[in-house]
Ligand binder design. Structure first.
Ligand SMILES: NC(=O)c1ccc[n+]([C@@H]2O[C@H](COP(=O)([O-])OP(=O)(O)OC[C@H]3O[C@@H](n4cnc5c(N)ncnc54)[C@H](O)[C@@H]3O)[C@@H](O)[C@H]2O)c1
Ligand SMILES: [Fe+2]
Length: 407
């Protein structure tokens, strides 16, 4: 095997308890005028007020947009950009869950390059650098603080859609696990399961033939040496602490592990990409109105099972990172890893089937057709998936039949 890697990351990542207090110093390096994108919940908290006071005390003029909605409706981005244009910010700070971070990316994009958000859907459509983005996550899950993608919902499309470009990677990510303390168990579980899915899909992604064009022609390039490193670290941390963080939200060490797991998973999938579990969630989530993390996690064990014949040794390594014993054949260890992910997800309340999420039997075919059409994700799956393969996978996930997915 030729050693090959590519990695695209923020220029600064700060992680740790209390790191949010570095925000004024970090922001001060980008200018004196900051737009802050957040949601109504965070805007009303004392922590948020303290962060804004800190910025002002450092002579940074602040404009707060506190109306970010979940899943970032397309028109809310244009509205925000129009409202704040005359403020002429030097930087955009996204503070909140993945939706607030994605909003900050989109607003920064529109303020810099104009036009409509739809001009930038797809890969490499952003023509140049955008206003510096500082990402301060308050959930531990999406990894958006380090990734090149912003996901939005567009009323003219049934499926959510994204803009992917290295220019959308935040300049700085500030990850303070204390900000996740208020996440209720359900949100902790769903966001953490999204992170686990990012890590496992990035680690088991197809390995492409290395070439100098690969990372220039694709935002997401499949498995490579450095993303593997981040993915395994993420699996280890989430494996040992996600259940604890869900059952006891005051466990600071578990909260820190899960936030680091989400960050590391973002570092992995931001270059490697994700695969079939994410592809199925786009249509299945649209039909059932399922939260992103819940939908991808419901699919993950079936996708691992489907990929068993091409990726047994990678799955065995996943098992080792999850703390399983390194004994028995590769095949057995791959099976044990799938069983452990199913067990963990059941323990934190992830719905185990597509039927359980509310998908109707007569929606399976449409789900399959849409999912195989999302080529940027499908091409990343280690075992090729055509429409017949997708029918096998989705039917298995609908029925709750792991063995049927593996055929
Ligand atoms: N850009 C990426 O790389 C990427 C990756 C995965 C998912 N996403 C997107 O991210 C979005 C999901 O993000 P999310 O799961 O972080 O949730 P979210 O940002 O949509 O927020 C969900 C809810 O949680 C609340 N919340 C956030 N932080 C909290 C806290 N500390 N305490 C209490 N409540 C809190 C919010 O106020 C909101 O009501 C989806 O739109 C998804 O498509 C983006
Ligand atoms: Fe995700």
């Amino acid at each position: 095997m030729t050693l090959f890697a590519a990695l695209r990351l923020p220029r600064e990542i700060l992680f740790g308890k209390g790191q949010r207090h570095a925000l004024p110093a970090v922001a001060g390096r980008f200018g004196r005028r900051a737009l802050v994108c957040t949601d109504a919940r965070l805007a009303q908290t004392p922590e948020f007020a303290a962060l804004i006071e800190g910025l002002k005390a450092a002579s940074i003029e602040v404009l707060v947009h506190d109306r970010v909605q979940p899943d970032v409706p397309r028109d809310s981005v244009a509205q925000c950009a129009d409202e704040v244009r005359s403020f002429k910010p030097d930087m955009v700070i996204g503070m909140g869950g993945g939706s607030c971070l994605d909003m900050a990316k989109c607003v920064s994009l529109l303020l810099t390059h104009g036009g409509a958000l739809s001009d930038y859907y797809g890969e490499f459509k952003v023509p140049g650098p955008v206003l510096p983005i500082i990402a301060v996550p308050t959930t531990a899950g999406t990894g958006s603080e380090v990734t090149p993608v912003a996901v939005v919902s567009d009323p003219e499309r049934t499926l959510k859609i994204g803009a992917s470009s290295p220019y959308l990677i935040p300049a700085v990510a500030i990850c303070d696990p204390e900000l996740t303390r208020t996440c209720p168990p359900g949100l902790t579980a769903i966001a953490g399961a999204d992170a686990m899915t990012h890590a496992i899909e990035a680690f088991t992604a197809a390995r492409k033939t290395p070439s100098h064009e690969l990372a220039q022609e694709n935002v997401f390039i499949g498995k490579s040496a450095l993303s593997d490193h981040f993915a395994l670290y993420a699996i280890r941390l989430l494996g040992r602490s996600l259940e604890k963080a869900v059952s006891n939200g005051t466990d600071e060490d578990a909260r820190a592990d899960v936030m680091m797991g989400a960050l590391a998973a973002g570092c992995a999938f931001g270059t490697a990409g994700t695969a079939a579990a994410h592809a199925v969630q786009y249509p299945a989530g649209a039909l059932t109105d399922t939260a992103h993390g819940m939908g991808v996690a419901a699919m993950l064990p079936y996708v691992m099972s489907y990929n068993r014949q091409t990726s047994a040794s990678a799955l065995a390594e996943v098992g080792e990172a999850l703390g399983l014993p390194v004994t028995g054949s590769i095949e057995d260890r791959a099976g044990a890893a799938i069983a452990e992910v199913s067990r963990l997800f059941a323990a934190i309340g992830i719905t185990p089937t597509l039927a359980g999420l509310g998908l109707a039997a007569d929606q399976i075919e449409w789900t399959c057709e849409q999912a195989v059409g999302i080529q940027r994700l499908i091409k990343n799956n280690p075992r090729p998936i055509d429409l017949a393969g997708m029918r096998q996978l989705v039917q298995a996930a609908y029925d709750g039949d792991l063995a049927a997915a593996a055929r």
